[in-house]
Design a protein around this ligand. Structure first.
Ligand code: HXC
Length: 510
């Protein structure tokens, strides 16, 4: 028996070595952790249960039969994050560059199926060279098996991808179908085809970083939802994110202790909105002052900064925040902001996370660039997302809510449950200047008349009361009471039960 046990230990040790010490050292020299180190850092200490440690590839081409390495380039299994079960897989770059073989794909599929069956989040750590070149179609088939499971799990369990090294070719599409993608700055990149192919096909000369580094995907393409400076920071932030998320679409919201009473007024908020309607202020301040302990996990911080999205908690329960940001482009809605917010709203709705929306929006961004780029369809995505969402929806208009953007931003008419406004709110078809120049065009050369018309328009529309008179705003609230009022509203809405008509699925404008 002793020999048998020792043999197991020997086999385990060999599997843990992956591609060998030389390749592990090379990984460390690049500032990267190994697959197992990543999993150990991410999970609660000592909770990792590994699957398929001894799986090997079955390829016999190109001398592959002589190079079988236990685990075959991916480490899979499950463990806990602050006590809650999560499934994990981590590509092992030290084994055939983490490339995907048929056997490697089967390992990933197994954890995907386990995660779905057991209704727990799944998180993948990527550091790989794409399809195993020696395997051909078996590797391509393996990818498609993974993609299919990504789609079936979408909206049922949270799926998160963290790119921590190369991620190219077949490896990019599974992350693209997960809920969130995060990257590590300077050591990770994602692209469908690499710089060499780009050079051949388009004659462009680019580095891997310029083509698909974190700076590209968090700022330009919006493929990634955030980036961190190194592996450890990324992994610890992923633990923080997991803590905000329910384990599945049928699980309760996670509850954590709240140390900040919601009954405390915050008088600084009474001074947040400047007197001058054209002056910006930082909507993040309102979000942070609404969240328990100002703990806010922002999604897509560096993309479409004119809208802020992310998770916080109120009274210990997760809330999704969406807020126009007056600091950037006056908080206008453009195609990028609409897409960013729409995807976030849909994630929250999938997982029963209540939505709190802060509105200060001068409208949709005019111009050929926007119209040619499909603003109508992109704006419609956000409209569609809010309209279909059945989760509790609380909206607060802090200042401007003009034009179509008033409708879109979780208005009463899109089944907003509780719609508040601050006394500084202005709800109208457009700003006073634009309105007067259109409806009193004949007086355009008479400054006195224009001034009088403008004053009349402002008095009539640039307040929350016309909307409140119609019940489109449920109540005009004091800014200092915002956290208290939102907490109470969220409590009242805990048992909200609203269903959309049965359908196979909707047809959101893509
Ligand atoms: C087999 C691979 C591999 C692959 C890397 N390796 N990629 N083995 N299949 N796809 C091996 C290397 O041979 C090497 O083995 C080890 O991994 C490390 O690779 P290096 O090249 O030494 O590392 P580095 O210089 O850091 O470059 C990493 C890399 C590069 C940029 C990922 O290896 C690379 O370009 N690989 C090929 C990428 C690719 O074209 N993949 C196919 C994409 S097509 P040794 O033994 O020397 O350590 C695809 C289609 C699927 O994925 C589509 C489905 C939808």
């Amino acid at each position: 028996m002793k020999e048998v046990l020792l043999e197991l230990e020997r086999r385990r040790a060999a599997a843990r070595e992956g591609g060998g010490q030389r390749r592990i050292d090379a990984q460390h020299a690049k500032g990267k952790l190994t697959a197992r180190e990543r999993i150990e850092t991410f999970l609660d200490e000592g909770t990792f249960e590994e699957f398929d440690m001894f799986v090997e590839h079955r390829s016999t081409d190109f001398g592959m039969e002589k190079t079988r390495i236990s685990g075959d380039g991916v480490v899979t299994g499950w463990g806990t994050v602050n006590g809650r079960t999560v499934f994990v897989f981590a590509k092992d770059f030290t084994v055939f560059g983490g490339s995907l073989s048929e056997a490697h794909a089967e390992k990933v599929v197994k954890v995907q199926e386990m995660a779905l069956k057991n209704r727990a989040p799944i998180i993948g750590f990527y550091d790989a060279g794409g399809a195993r070149i020696q395997e051909g179609v078996a590797a391509l088939g393996g990818y498609a098996e993974i993609f299919q499971r990504n789609v079936l799990a979408s909206g049922v369990i949270p799926q998160i991808s963290v790119i921590m090294g190369p991620c190219a070719g077949g490896d990019v599409y599974s992350p693209a179908m997960t809920d969130f993608i995060f990257m590590v700055r300077d050591t990770s990149y994602m692209f469908v085809t690499g710089p060499d192919v780009v050079k051949t096909v388009t004659n462009e000369t680019v580095t891997a970083e310029q083509l698909g580094g974190a700076s590209v995907h968090t700022v330009k393409s919006s493929i990634a939802d955030g980036a961190y400076d190194n592996d450890v920071e990324a992994l610890l932030q992923m633990r923080r994110l997991i803590d905000f998320l329910p384990t599945s679409n049928t699980a309760d919201l996670p509850e954590v202790e709240c140390f900040q009473p919601v009954s405390d007024p915050d008088y600084s908020l009474d001074r947040l909105v400047p007197d001058n309607a054209n002056k910006p202020y930082d909507i993040r301040e309102l979000i942070l002052k609404t969240c328990d302990e100002a703990d806010f996990f922002e999604i897509q911080t560096s993309f479409a900064k004119n809208i802020v999205t992310g998770f916080g908690r109120v009274e210990g329960r997760t809330v999704g925040f969406v807020a126009n940001q007056p600091m950037v482009l006056a908080g206008v809605l453009d195609s990028d902001a609409s897409r960013k917010a729409a995807r976030f709203v849909r994630f929250c709705d999938c997982f029963n996370i209540p939505l709190v929306t802060y509105v200060d929006v001068p409208g949709f961004l005019p111009g050929t660039a926007q119209e040619y780029g499909g603003l109508i369809k992109h704006g419609a995505k956000l409209l569609f997302a809010y309209a279909e969402a059945t989760v509790p929806k609380i909206t607060l208009i802090t200042r401007k809510a003009f034009g179509g953007a008033y409708d879109v931003m979780a208005s009463k008419h899109l089944r907003g449950d509780i719609n508040y406004a601050w006394p500084s709110a202005q709800i109208a078809v457009m700003g006073a200047k634009g309105a007067v120049e259109i409806i009193f065009r004949k007086d355009i050369d008479d400054p006195d008349k224009i001034a009088a018309h403008t004053k009349m328009y402002e008095d009539r529309f640039l307040s929350p009361f016309v909307a409140a008179e119609r019940g489109y705003v449920d109540e005009v609230i004091m800014p200092h009471s915002t956290r208290t009022r939102i907490a109470r509203a969220l409590r009242m809405l805990r048992n909200k039960d609203l269903q959309n008509p049965w359908k196979k699925h909707d047809n959101i404008p893509l």
